[in-house]
Write a protein of this length. Structure first.
Length: 249
């Protein structure tokens, strides 16, 4: 397989941006291939999944393109005051990937997954753009970001207020509201997991309970582990099985 470092200009960000891309071996078939967008957490960048997990080894032999973009510290949202990371990735980058590589450029050819901030971003993109993504997976996701303060941030972090605005609950950055508003005929498949020693566990349980309450079908699992790479390296393998079962290749 091939590993690519993609450097490009993002119109939404009005700056150069980057993504790392894993391409399948030619032996798996000529394509076109479905695409998994794999999102990083708050303190990382587009290199981290490749550096800290065996993602390249896990996708060996799969007819799948994996795209790992740089999402900054923007929670993959179009900030109220700041960078427009939702438009940059779900818009600019998806178009660039489809125009550059041999992709399957339809909803059934795209899925998105991520950890922590990226777990929020993955579910966000799927719920807000079900025309683009057929499935999403969150590992240890900050799934109530935009609905209530993150654990330890009850005083209001100015960085997050800049992204969300002063009163985000119920608005475009609230995944609980987004899930409730999704057309049942076009609901993306969702899978959520979290470690039992993770500081975001209660937020994951609360979002799971909300999905149950509104009747949104989804998979939910808890496993031993904390908010760390040992956990994510193990469970990204389940992500691959989940999205490959739902994408068309």
């Amino acid at each position: 397989m091939a590993f690519c470092e993609l450097r490009y200009f993002s119109p939404a960000l009005q700056k150069q941006s980057a993504a790392n891309v894993i391409l399948p071996d030619p032996e798996v078939g000529p394509g076109p291939y479905p695409v998994l967008y794999l999102l990083h957490g708050l303190s990382d960048d587009q290199t981290i999944w490749h550096r800290r997990t065996s993602i390249e080894r896990y996708v060996a032999g799969l007819p799948l393109i994996v795209v790992m973009p740089d999402g900054g510290r923007g929670f993959y949202a179009d900030a109220v005051h700041g960078f427009a990371y939702e438009t940059a990735i779900a818009g600019d980058l998806v178009q660039l990937i489809d125009g550059t590589f041999k992709t399957l450029p339809v909803r059934e050819g795209r899925a998105v997954a991520g950890l922590s901030m990226g777990g929020y971003g993955a579910v966000r993109y799927a719920l807000r753009r079900p025309d683009l993504f057929c499935a999403a997976v969150s590992h240890s996701g900050a799934l109530l970001f935009g609905h209530r303060p993150l654990p330890g941030d009850e005083s209001g972090n100015p960085e997050f207020v800049r992204i969300l605005g002063e009163s985000p609950a119920g608005g475009p950055n609230d995944l609980c509201a987004a899930a409730a508003a999704t057309d049942p005929e076009q609901q993306p498949a969702l899978r959520i997991d979290c470690g039992v020693d993770d500081f975001l566990l209660e937020d994951n349980r609360a979002f799971h309970a909300h999905l149950d309450e509104i009747g949104y079908p989804h998979e939910y699992a808890e496993f031993p582990g904390a908010h760390d790479w040992g956990y994510w390296d193990t469970h990204v393998q389940e992500t691959l099985r989940f999205v490959m079962a739902r994408m068309r290749g």
